[in-house]
Design a protein around this ligand. Sequence first.
Ligand SMILES: [Zn+2]
Ligand SMILES: [Zn+2]
Length: 356
Amino acid sequence: MAKDFYTILGVGKNASEEEIKKAYRKLAHQHHPDKAGGSDAKFKEVNEAYQTLSDAKKRRHYDAFGSAPQGGQSSGGGAGFGGFQWDFQGGDFSDIFSDFFGGGGQGRGQPHRQEKGEDIRVALHSTLEDSAFGAEKELSIKRDVECSRCKGSQAEPKSEIVSCAHCGGTGRVSRQYRTMFGTIAQQSACSACQGRGKVPKHKCTQCHGAGVRKETDTFKIKIPAGIDSEQMFKVQGKGNAAPLGAQSGDLYVAVTVAKHPIFSRKGSDLYLDLPVRFSQAAFGDKIDIKTLYDTVSLKVPAGIQSESVIKLGGKGMPRVSGFGKGDLLVKVRVQTPAKLSRRQKELLEELKKENL
Ligand SMILES: [Zn+2]
Ligand SMILES: [Zn+2]
């Protein structure tokens, strides 16, 4: 455990709670594995650091011993204390998660917060043209959708609503953990009633009380113009639906753009190899170039050298930010004649005499 949690979060040893929280938010956004350039390992590391430094007790322990408090080697399984764990019930974390990607914010100030539906991630293969023009695609995915019979209420229509027997109608259950600091009681939402304290007397017969059903959902999505491989875009509300009026999760579409037979791509710029005959290079010429968008008459200047690049401004990929397009860079490749006719040979012999 030689990890320095302060360095990981980029804060000083005397950082305030607020500074730590701020640093964590920034880094968690940056490294979130669902984001372009995100990193699972980094994200976990940042979370681990935050879990310790955001908790006054754990932080004191860390400052004193240089490691996070361990839950007394709780072998034998079960939910241990300490170490890395997701705790979506603990208010502090869900608060941070709800503003990921700008979504969320549901249920604030309500007596019992409903969990948002899960996000779904799918892979999508696209052509360069589809990416350039932002094509519309039909997508079929299996996801939880709201049950049509109970409309997500989990109750059989007209069923009586009764107090939850599991939690005695309080909506909360208490669990106790033994830790090196003594026994800690943790309150969490009752799983039987999802914290509502009330349950339907008769569960919906179609979804068996889940409020949602797994179905194949087919819908149209628009590929964001200019998207590149290893980038991801979000389709709001097309993740799993959640029961009891909670917000649906989101769909994250991870894109792979297929290699193009003619253009290669670097960011928003496209590259094209243009074979040019020796005489065209020497005298100059006008050559028709098919770009992604149109046909351009490219002026090849006299005396151009092989490997020279001619830029066609704005004929590259749209920038995914929405501002303008990249360029098309045409790389001239002067072809050396390999198979010569008798006449060509004679002429080249003449050129040779002229030191060409
Ligand atoms: Zn139902
Ligand atoms: Zn309950």
